[in-house]
Design a protein around this ligand. Structure first.
Ligand SMILES: Nc1nc2c(ncn2[C@@H]2O[C@H](COP(=O)(O)OP(=O)(O)OP(=O)(O)O)[C@@H](O)[C@H]2O)c(=O)[nH]1
Ligand SMILES: [Zn+2]
Length: 197
């Protein structure tokens, strides 16, 4: 599995504080004025939260699974809200993730664990495509299911508040693995149950 999903060491909050102070100075602000004096600290705390996924391996959440004899029917958790940060501009993109898989040999994971995988993949500087890929590959690697479909729909602030400025535009990405790659009917069933509006 690729390096991008591995956990990394804790972040250096003092370095973040210094960098934020430098940015404030560079944009012509006074980093010592009342409203800004605690901003480097706030941003360091916020980065620790919104980039928490950097310190986790999404596959760990799936290690707790249960065996349900012969259950080999599709499981879908849809409308999992997520927030991420685009790696090009470091501004948010956010939306919903939908995860479907067909367990093999009754090897099921907890439903909340699928949402935890989404969270871990999203809470780092990201590309939307890579989040879907990471979620799908983590599930394949740990649960060895017959197939996985992951669909993400999101609005990118870098396309709304700046640049091309197209508020309301939605980006939809997917990662399809296993049986869903070849079996058109299975894929159509998953898509119709996910029913993106
Ligand atoms: N594929 C992909 N592209 C993204 C994602 N988030 C942001 N981008 C795009 O990354 C691209 C970066 O393009 P650049 O030309 O290097 O940067 P830029 O000059 O700021 O681009 P504009 O946004 O077009 O102004 C833009 O087209 C963004 O829309 C993502 O999750 N996936
Ligand atoms: Zn961007």
């Amino acid at each position: 599995m690729s390096n991008e999903i591995k956990a990394v060491e804790k972040m250096d909050k003092d370095k973040i504080k210094k960098a934020v102070r430098d940015i404030l100075e560079a944009i012509g602000e006074d980093p010592d004025r009342e409203g800004l004096v605690d901003t480097p600290k706030r941003i360091a705390n916020m980065f620790e939260e919104i980039f928490a996924g950097l310190h986790q391996d999404p596959r760990e959440h799936l290690q707790i699974f249960f065996q349900e004899e012969n259950h080999e029917e599709m499981v879908i958790v849809k409308d999992i809200s997520f927030y991420s940060v685009c790696e090009h501009h470091l501004v948010p993109f956010f939306g919903k993730a939908h995860v479907a898989y067909i367990p093999r040999g009754g090897k099921l994971t907890g439903l909340s664990k699928l949402a935890r995988v989404v969270e871990t993949a999203a809470r780092r500087p990201q590309l939307q495509e890579r989040i879907a890929k990471t979620i799908a590959d983590s599930i394949v690697e740990v649960l060895d299911p017959y197939g996985v479909v992951v669909i993400l729909e999101a609005e990118h602030m870098c396309m709304t508040m700046r640049g091309i400025k197209k508020p309301g535009s939605k980006t939809i990405t997917s990662a399809v693995r296993g049986i869903f790659e070849k079996d058109v009917a299975a894929r159509a069933e998953a898509m119709s149950l996910i029913n993106i509006k």
